[in-house]
Write a protein that binds this ligand. Structure first.
Ligand SMILES: *Cc1c(COP(=O)(O)O)cnc(C)c1O
Length: 365
């Protein structure tokens, strides 16, 4: 063998448009207090787990799952008061988004995003071969309805993404923005509502067969089920028909269909978890503001804030103190920004105490 290792990546070149692409990264560091990925700090109700254990016994494991996930779709439809023909479910809302983009984006098509926003919208769109147009939000991360409408007019996108509340800013998109985007759109308008239950507005009542609005939801956050990988869309029935063709057959396994169906029987526990997190969110926002930091208004289960010091150093000090949050300071337009997920009261106390210590010795930027 030669002393130089062969460059194995050259054996079979990847698609040309993948060469410069990097994957999705989020640090998974082993610390006491993990407030970095917007998961729920609470497990799902123990009664749900009991029902799931029992239900697993009656699954016919030698058979393929119900391909149409009929009962799960019916349960989701009932929860939202819509017809099951408007419901599509998949392995996390990321797979919902991927399926929508496979059907409506792809080569020679355009996807519009308003940044900063959830990076996976653009990332998955590019993987389908679509062209992504990114329009900048205002300095305070709001989106002017007229500017949003103009961007749609300029790029004529096949798919436009809104995210409400927006990740990573936490800000709720006003309905006027959706109106302005829809008014100018020829393509689909997808509203990612991964955090909608933490806010006071949803676009679900805008979904109809004579509308282009699609709302995407997930069990990962409010339902305390990030480990389940289950998400869904509420969409016009003609969209559901198309994405049903695109998704792999039997993509939702029997256990997951059951887990989701049973979760929807525990709505009041979900609402209790949400209101306790909303209350804690208020406490975190107030405490960070008291520390003199710039804090963005949040309608989600996380808070984005900006430190005057070197954000990377602050982040590392928190990690050294056993608290992991998200360092967003390297992202476009988010210099100095960190994002904390709302945890249990004791975890939030740990975070706030660690922040106070981390900021007490000034770090030059
Ligand atoms: C967390 C999050 C999701 C969730 O994705 P899943 O695949 O359902 O876990 C989707 N959209 C946004 C904006 C998120 O922050």
């Amino acid at each position: 063998m030669d002393d130089a290792e062969p460059d194995r990546e050259d054996l079979v070149p990847v698609r040309d448009d993948f060469v410069a692409m990097s994957g999705y990264h989020s640090a998974q560091v082993d610390v006491d207090v993990r407030l970095n990925t917007n998961e729920s700090p609470f497990p799902p109700p123990s009664s749900w787990l009991e029902e799931l254990r029992e239900g697993l016994d009656s699954i016919a494991w030698n058979r393929y799952p119900d391909r149409a996930a009929t009962e799960l779709r019916a349960a989701i439809a009932a929860f939202h008061g819509v017809d099951p023909r408007h419901v599509f479910a998949a392995n996390g809302s990321n797979e919902v988004i991927q399926t929508l983009l496979l059907a409506y984006a792809g080569p020679r098509r355009t996807v519009l995003v308003f940044e900063p926003t959830y990076q996976l919208h653009a990332h998955i769109a590019r993987i389908t071969g679509a062209t992504v147009q990114a329009v900048a939000r205002a300095d305070d991360f709001t989106l002017d309805p007229a500017a949003a409408g103009d961007a749609v007019g300029r790029f004529d996108p096949d798919v436009t993404f809104l995210c409400s509340p927006n990740n990573p800013t936490g800000m709720v998109e006003p309905p006027e923005v959706l109106d302005a985007v829809v008014a100018r759109s020829r393509g689909l308008v997808v509203v990612d509502e991964a955090y909608a239950e933490f806010s006071n507005w949803t676009a679900i009542d805008r979904v109809a067969d004579d509308s282009r609005v699609v709302v995407v939801r997930t069990f990962s956050k409010t339902w305390s089920m990030a480990g389940t990988r289950l998400g869904y869309a509420i969409a016009p029935s003609w969209v559901v028909e198309q994405i049903d063709k695109v998704v792999l057959p039997y993509h939702l396994d029997s256990a997951k269909q059951l887990a989701g169906r049973l979760a929807l029987r525990h709505t009041s526990e979900m609402e209790r978890r949400v209101s306790s997190l909303v209350e804690e969110r208020g406490r975190i926002v107030a405490a960070l503001a008291d520390l003199g930091l710039e804090v963005y208004p949040s309608g989600a289960n996380f808070v984005l804030f900006r430190v005057a010091d070197d954000a990377r150093v602050v982040w590392q000090r928190l990690v050294d103190d056993g608290v992991l949050i998200r360092d967003c300071s390297g992202w476009d337009r988010l210099d100095g920004c960190l994002r904390v997920t709302v945890g249990r009261p004791a975890e939030n106390d740990r975070f706030l105490a660690a922040m106070t210590v981390a900021l007490s010795t000034a770090v030059p930027t």
